[in-house]
Write a protein that binds this ligand. Structure first.
Ligand SMILES: Nc1ncnc2c1ncn2[C@@H]1O[C@H](COP(=O)(O)OP(=O)(O)OP(=O)(O)O)[C@@H](O)[C@H]1O
Ligand SMILES: [Mg+2]
Length: 460
């Protein structure tokens, strides 16, 4: 159970906060009631008198950034934490936060800190992922004569979060708890693709971002949308990965296909992208929300409308590139596929030509010893295969080859043309598998192509 579930379970029986202080955006009635449990300790620590408070409120996706910024501020300004008290749950709740690719910190998610510096006493309430309201808050309280220190505290936390935001320039998967992605580098050289297509993809994405100032001089908005369309296994995801590898220092945000249709996901995604720009947003499998509404029904309508709205509004947002992928551009809503300025370019990734199949076969056979005539035969016979299928033909030939005979008579695997034909027929005959960023998130053993089909059938 993660910290958020633990917190939710612990407070399930709590009454809902009755009074909300709109002006300060804090549930004051609820806060006072919750704080009553710590009243004796707090009163003793702060003393009597009029109290004042100041709060930092962050959106859902920035809860972890907020508690991290608080911790950094406490350390930097050398506040001493005297005690940590419970708040909503029976114990203070902590959460593991990945603040760099190889660093994870255990940070307070819900609780009250009693802090002291010289003779200044403050109470800090950390209330993240509170299920009763959106947003995350850190509230600082002290006696009225400490107004200046209370405000300096919240300003300090805000400025650390803004200036040292640990998501900036990184690769991030967007969700309520954004996750830093340690994506393995993928080189363009390892992708077999028509050179003109490669150039077109780069010109509309990374090169476009790099030359941003020139577009500003020409009056061209510094934003762009590119839709990569192609059958499953043509290389759309690895193109995205190659783009990510190329743009060190530029924020790359990927989406989770299963969360895409959730309320507020798209809006939060683009808020974050704007905050972290220059930025590339990758929306893999846009079909999940972008199917033509007239043909396939309005099930994912709200998410699609959010997307159309943010893409229209991105004009004022600068230096955001959106790269989306789809298996079938024909099934997409025309508001996505045929409307420049949302997706300015639809780039079709076609099945590989004979030259490309030869190139890919040779690339794969750098490590798998298959001699040239058989390589040529494989390339010739895989005419309607995607690169992923061609790859599978070669892998299966290697895997099914008897291990004991390798290297006995020749340095090459002994593969007959019949075996190649058999391997091709097996690959062509089975369902194609979806491969993408979120393969490990595939629930219930379904692949996205299957889910899409189900979605289509249900709305028929
Ligand atoms: N053009 C290519 N060049 C080299 N390898 C490729 C290419 N296309 C696909 N592959 C191989 O096939 C695998 C699957 O490709 P990828 O995940 O990029 O397909 P996709 O187009 O994103 O498919 P889907 O639409 O199902 O998400 C890759 O990991 C890679 O090994
Ligand atoms: Mg993919």
């Amino acid at each position: 159970m993660d910290a958020e579930e633990k917190l939710f379970e612990a407070i399930e029986d709590e009454e809902r906060p009755e009074v909300e202080d709109e002006e300060n955006e804090m549930p004051m009635g609820g806060h006072q009631r919750l704080q009553r449990r710590n009243k004796a300790v707090i009163d003793k620590f702060l003393g009597k008198g009029r109290m004042m408070h100041s709060a930092v409120i962050f959106p859902e996706y920035y809860g972890e950034l907020l508690t991290w910024a608080l911790q950094c501020y406490i350390e930097k300004e050398e506040w001493e934490v005297i005690r940590t008290l419970k708040y909503r749950a029976p114990e203070p709740v902590y959460i593991d936060v990945g603040t760099d690719y190889d660093r994870c910190e255990n940070l307070l998610m819900n609780g009250q800190l009693i802090v002291e510096k010289d003779d200044i006493h403050l109470i800090i309430t950390v209330d993240l992922y509170n299920p009763f309201r959106c947003g995350n808050s850190v509230q600082v309280e002290g006696t009225a004569r400490r107004k200046k220190e209370v405000e300096a505290f919240t300003d300090g936390v805000k400025s650390i979060a803004k200036e040292q935001n640990f998501y900036r320039g990184k690769k991030v998967e967007f969700s309520r708890h954004p996750r830093l992605l340690n994506v393995k580098d993928r080189s363009w050289e390892s992708i077999v693709l028509n050179p003109a297509i490669k150039r077109e993809v780069k010109a509309n994405t990374v090169d476009f971002l790099r030359k941003g100032k020139r577009w500003a001089e020409y009056g061209i908005p510094q934003k762009r949308g590119v839709l990569l369309a192609g059958e499953p296994g043509t290389g759309k995801t690895i193109i995205c990965k190659a783009l990510m590898s190329e743009v060190d220092g530029i924020t790359c945000i990927t989406t989770n296909a299963y969360a895409l249709s959730a309320n507020e996901y798209i809006t939060g995604l683009y808020e974050m992208a704007e905050d972290l720009s220059p930025c590339i947003v990758f929306i893999e499998d846009i079909d999940m929300i972008g199917l033509n509404r007239e043909e396939y029904g309005y099930r994912s309508g709200p998410a699609l409308i959010s997307l159309l709205n943010v893409l229209d509004g991105v004009e004022d947002k600068q230096e955001i590139i959106t790269v989306a992928t789809t298996n079938n551009v024909e099934t997409l809503d025309r508001a996505i596929s045929q409307r420049p300025s949302r997706f300015d370019r639809v780039i079709t990734i076609s099945l590989p030509s004979i030259e490309e199949r030869k190139e890919l076969t040779n690339l794969l056979c750098q490590k798998i010893p298959i001699d040239e005539p058989i390589r040529d035969y494989i390339a010739q016979k895989t005419e309607r295969c995607t690169p992923a299928q061609l790859q599978e033909v070669i892998y299966s030939l290697a895997i099914e080859h008897p291990v004991e005979s390798i290297g006995v008579l020749s340095p090459y695997l002994e593969i007959s043309k019949e075996k190649v034909d058999h391997a091709i027929s097996k690959v062509n005959g089975r369902n194609r598998c979806h491969l993408g960023f979120d393969i490990e998130n595939n629930h219930n053993g379904h692949n996205v192509a299957e889910l899409n089909q189900t979605a289509v059938m249900k709305s028929d």
